[in-house]
Design a binder for this molecule. Structure first.
Ligand SMILES: Nc1ncnc2c1ncn2[C@@H]1O[C@H](COP(=O)(O)OP(=O)(O)OP(=O)(O)O)[C@@H](O)[C@H]1O
Ligand SMILES: [Mg+2]
Length: 200
């Protein structure tokens, strides 16, 4: 696992041209006319978790389905369960090192031995906004062909790709958690439907 406490170097740009075109298209979708933006496929789903273990298992079920280019946004108050869920994602995806909170480092890079795929786990809590995220290299990460998990995505809304899976965590009175999933774009909608099927 690589930890970044300094501005990130530009990521390797040697991926296939087709990949770059796809990612650039995603990143420019924010400037499309509203009529086209609203045609994006969307889906929602809600579930509850009565324990950290259950939240981690939900994350693991999602992690097993993730593919390069997926963007997962985890929103919710301090202690809501975003990192617990991320730990599950990492385990389900097959990260070499367990995911831990990147609060102080901003970003952790993880690799999967099976295929050398990479996953970035970002915590944007301390970021002042999109400009700071840009300076720290978040754009370069998003241009790369990787999976990206954002904790505190609301801090950097302006730089998020239009297409993503947003999960909102809220604390219940009984100490459980409500998880509200919103998929935007065809690939994340497909992923959400697969997750629902996997969870039965
Ligand atoms: N149902 C639950 N789901 C997730 N975590 C739970 C649950 N019940 C209790 N917890 C506890 O709540 C805490 C959640 O911590 P976690 O670090 O995941 O929060 P976070 O949302 O990442 O917070 P932060 O914004 O500070 O990064 C853990 O201590 C966990 O054991
Ligand atoms: Mg956290």
């Amino acid at each position: 696992m690589t930890q970044f406490s300094q501005p990130l170097d530009l990521r390797d740009r040697c991926h296939a041209a087709a990949t770059t075109v796809i990612m650039m298209a995603k990143l420019t979708q924010g400037s499309l006319p509203e009529t086209r933006v609203t045609t994006k496929q969307r889906g929602e789903w809600q579930t509850t978790s009565d324990s950290a273990r259950r939240t981690e298992a939900l994350g693991a079920a999602l992690g097993a389905l993730l593919a390069p280019g997926d963007v997962i946004c985890l929103s919710g108050a301090l202690g809501a369960g975003k990192t617990v869920f991320s730990r599950g994602i990492g385990a389900g995806w097959g990260a070499t090192v367990p995911l831990t909170s990147p609060t102080y480092n901003l970003a952790h890079e993880h690799e999967r031995p099976a295929d050398k795929a990479r996953l970035y786990h970002l915590d944007c809590y301390r970021l002042g906004g999109a400009r700071e995220a840009e300076l720290l290299g978040v754009h370069e990460i998003l241009e790369d062909y990787v999976i990206v998990i954002f904790e505190w995505p609301e801090r950097v809304l302006d730089i998020l790709p239009d297409e993503h899976l947003w999960i909102d965590f809220s604390l219940r009175e009984d100490d459980g958690r409500d998880l509200r999933f919103s998929a935007i774009g065809a690939r994340h909608l497909t992923g959400l439907n697969e997750l629902r099927r996997a969870l039965g």
